[in-house]
Design a binder for this molecule. Sequence first.
Ligand SMILES: [Zn+2]
Length: 326
Amino acid sequence: MPELRHDAISGRSVIVAIERAARPFVFPTAPASGTEPDDCPFCAGREEMTPPEVQRTGDGAAGTEGWRVRVVPNLYPIVGGAEPHDPTGAKAFGVAHGATPIGGAHEVIVLSPGHEASFASLDDAAAVEVLTVIRERVRVHLDAGHAYVQAFINHGKAAGASIAHPHAQVVALDLVPGAVDAAIDRLATTDLVARELTDARRDDLVVVDGPAPAWSPFAAWVPYGLRVAHRSTRARVEDATDAEIRVVALGLRDALRRLRAALGDVPYNLVIRTAPPGRPAGEFHWHVDVLPRTTLVAGFEEGTGILVNVVPPELAAVRLRDAVPS
Ligand SMILES: [Zn+2]
């Protein structure tokens, strides 16, 4: 019997409908990556193909090989494009009547020189370094006066990645998105992340335990959706200590390895949820959502706003715990 569940943290409702899983084509498990590295602008040795880099870890001068993690402006930014770059001539249209110009910045963080790498394949030091660089870029953009910074990883074409080479993105905005404001409101008086983790332990939904556990949310929106958070109740990722960044990075990496072991190299979105700076954040608790994209959001979801998850989170947790990471 399908069940309606409510995700208190996101405010979304989900129908957990295992019956739907019997349909064919529920898991179009095309590999997440697929493009050839021949003309990849993020591979080592092709540094001239990106805009001038803004940060790196590792060795070598800017624009040369030797880096481990490399940050460059996004050539096709959502916000904050350099004025001269207008390959489609779209800027000739100006700002439409009734619209508001939106400023910001959009960067790519190349996770590894290796084209076939992914967050799941990173060793401990590399995984920690990647999340440390993400925290650093969030700090840089907030220090520059932007109102909010969204950090995320789109892994695989079906999850929105246009380049297969593993990369994260940070988008700094000159406004706080309404969805973020709403999340702060939901967690104004109760740390719902800590509460969900407590419930997850009771209900046997924890997938990777430790100081930064990964668990299957009771109302996961998508099959095998995961949530990862440090047990501390810090509101903002930019305030996370090195020790916290380390355990969250490793918890995430281990959760992604289990996902890969259970399902193969499925596409996913990894989204960092954090509170905006400079204002009270109530009991908000920064965390990471991992959303495997094995099903489509389609007409029912669009019309009703109710998501449909065909794999009960209880079952997903068992399968992910039983998976043997390589
Ligand atoms: Zn590449």
